[in-house]
Design a binder for this molecule. Structure first.
Ligand code: ZN
Length: 124
């Protein structure tokens, strides 16, 4: 079978992401099929982590993940700067994040006061 000999070469190229549009490039492709960016540009993406992070900021799921899992309302400036959301959506999300953060603060307070109550019950 000749096809087996080509297999190992293709592995390195598989999973290469277009630096411009983020699409996965076909193994060995010279240009991105979606936007036409030269595939050689992929070499710069690994060196340039900074711009990659900046692009991540404009990814919806990244921003939502940061807001709801890490920073809460403190991360709202990320949402404001992000280009991944329309203005009305930003307003809705801002309210959601604030409500969510308040709920989390309340939950934390409830747990702490329950814990303090338990401590008093034990000592008293
Ligand atoms: Zn592309």
């Amino acid at each position: 079978m000749d096809s087996n000999q080509h297999g190992s070469d293709a592995v390195d190229l598989a999973g290469v992401i277009c630096p411009s549009c983020g699409r996965e490039l076909a193994p060995g492709a010279e240009h991105c099929a979606a936007c036409g960016t030269a595939a050689t540009a992929r070499l710069t993406i690994k060196k340039d982590q900074g711009s990659r992070d900046a692009r991540a900021m404009h990814s919806k799921w990244y921003v939502l993940g940061v807001l709801f899992l890490a920073t809460g309302a403190l991360g709202l400036p990320i949402l404001f700067k992000s280009k991944a959301f329309s203005k009305p959506l930003k307003v809705v999300l801002t309210i959601l994040v604030i409500v969510y953060t308040m709920a989390m603060l309340w939950l934390t307070y409830a747990v702490i006061s329950w814990f303090v109550g338990q401590m008093k019950a034990v000592s008293g």
